[in-house]
Ligand binder design. Structure first.
Ligand SMILES: CC(C)(COP(=O)(O)OP(=O)(O)OC[C@H]1O[C@@H](n2cnc3c(N)ncnc32)[C@H](O)[C@@H]1OP(=O)(O)O)[C@@H](O)C(=O)NCCC(=O)NCCS
Length: 444
């Protein structure tokens, strides 16, 4: 019978080692005994950007990129987007199960009753320049919440953790809305606890002089689904930041601020903004074929919103978002950029260049167009992503804390700098011979 092991022969020494294979994975530490002599540190795995390294065992989200599959706790994203609500999904991600009726009511009650911010947070937001990017404001104010809840540092205490989880899910939309209102020079709007999570967010963003804000049900539903689609995506850059900072036992506000900072980058949460810029540049339907040709010859940019590191069939979130677009445009009027996007997609999906490389629309291809039609300025796009992703970050953080195999995240390195050399006084610099540079040396 085949053994679940891997035999490795070290050709430097002629020795053979047998390491266990579990879940199609070997433990990097099992490579350490592979040495040329006793003084050798042992073999390391080199994996910049963690492209082939599992940093944890996780039961939260499953992605099968070849087949366009995304599950939260085993439930397909298509079913969740159609039938569930964002707060129910937050419960699912954090607790592992969909809530019962009673659990659901309690969960929604707790989150709804933690939406208000301390008055001093307002002063903090007011301190930002009028043109401050809302994502910079969100990152800062998330970290600032840590100073209002000093007990949050007791991360090993389940009751304390529970409370901060409510607060972070509840207060992130309020922070986001305050950042938006500040950039518009508008007064802050307090949360309305009689509204849904998405409805209240729209209220805090867009309410003007009306005594009671009534969110448009189609937009409220669309926003809720968009939050669901962004709620988790396993070990991406920001989830990794959340786990890494959290592994030092920093409080969850500081860890969430780090995760939001990671999300801010254009390679992560900023791609839908690039899609909008591209569509604006194309300008009209007649320019689409020329643009595609330029993408193919490499003269122009890439086709933004197409392709994905993991999804090589289609991004299941993109399909759902396309359906939401129709419902949003019925209310907001059609975004003229949609026609350009549809034509790009139509041509690209038939073109050999894109078909051969397995390039399909990703989540960002349509989300920016929808957000714009809903009235969000481009700078708010990554903020919306952060609101949706908060339960995912918290679930990843909690799972990391409860995992007995985890400890402070601390990668190794292959040192490629100078060999030891002695300090040279200033007056002698420039003439002192430098020791030869060593090419590579593993960590010790
Ligand atoms: C997402 C992305 C970074 C994934 O990249 P990746 O998995 O590392 O794939 P590669 O960069 O190795 O690309 C593989 C091939 O497809 C091509 N390609 C990938 N994405 C492309 C795109 N959007 N437009 C045109 N060509 C693309 C590459 O030029 C390369 O072609 P080659 O084999 O002839 O050199 C990439 O598809 C991309 O830049 N997309 C546009 C940006 C975007 O939408 N990002 C949001 C992701 S959610």
């Amino acid at each position: 019978m085949a053994k679940n092991t891997l035999s490795i022969t070290d050709n430097r020494t002629g020795k053979t080692y047998e390491v266990a294979v579990t879940d199609d994975t070997i433990k990097a530490l099992d490579l350490r005994p592979i040495k040329v002599n006793d003084a050798d540190f042992g073999l390391l795995a080199y994996d910049p950007a963690f492209t082939n390294t599992a940093s944890c065992r996780s039961a939260i989200t499953f992605i099968d990129g070849d087949n366009g599959v995304l599950w939260y706790r085993g439930y397909p994203i298509e079913q969740l987007a159609e039938k569930s609500t964002f707060l129910e999904i937050a419960h699912l991600l954090l607790h592992g199960e969909l809530p019962t009726q009673a659990e659901c009511e309690q969960w929604i009650y707790e989150i709804t009753h933690h939406t208000f911010l301390h008055e001093n947070v307002k002063k903090l937001v007011e301190g930002f320049r009028y043109d401050a990017h809302p994502m910079g404001m969100l990152v800062s104010t998330l970290a600032a919440l840590s100073t209002f809840y000093p007990e949050a540092k007791e991360v090993r205490d389940p009751e304390v953790r529970r409370k901060q989880i409510f607060r972070l899910i509840a207060k992130t939309p309020t922070l986001a809305a305050f950042a938006y209102r500040h950039s518009r020079g508008l007064p802050f709007i307090q949360p309305d606890n009689d509204l849904s999570y998405a409805g209240n967010f729209l209220n805090m963003l867009f309410r003007m002089s009306e005594p009671r804000y009534e969110p448009n049900p189609a937009l409220e539903k669309a926003l809720d689904v968009l939050f669901i689609l962004h709620a988790d995506h396993e070990q991406n850059c920001s989830a990794n930041a959340m786990r890494s900072v959290g592994s030092s036992l920093a409080d969850p506000y500081c860890s969430a601020a780090a995760a939001a900072a990671a999300l801010y980058g254009p390679l992560h949460g900023g791609a839908n903004e690039a899609v909008l810029r591209m569509l604006n540049e194309i300008g009209s339907l007649k320019n689409v074929p020329k643009f595609i040709e330029k993408v193919k010859t490499g003269e122009g940019t890439r086709l933004m919103g197409f392709g994905h590191r993991i999804y090589k069939n289609y991004d299941p979130r993109a399909k759902i978002i396309k359906q939401i677009a129709d419902r949003v445009f019925e209310v907001s009027g059609r975004n003229p950029l949609l026609d350009i996007a549809l034509e790009l997609e139509r041509i690209a999906l038939q073109d050999d260049y894109f078909v051969k490389r397995k390039l399909y629309p990703n989540v960002d291809f349509y989300s920016g167009i929808i957000y714009q039609a809903m009235g969000f300025p481009v700078e708010m796009f990554p903020v919306l992503f952060a609101i949706g992703r908060m339960p995912g970050w918290l679930a990843q953080w909690q799972e990391m804390l409860l995992d007995a195999e985890q400890k402070i995240a601390r990668p190794r390195q292959v040192y490629i700098g100078h060999a030891r050399r002695d300090y040279v006084p200033l007056e002698k610099r420039g003439s002192a011979p430098q020791p030869e540079r060593k090419t590579a040396r593993a960590a010790t």
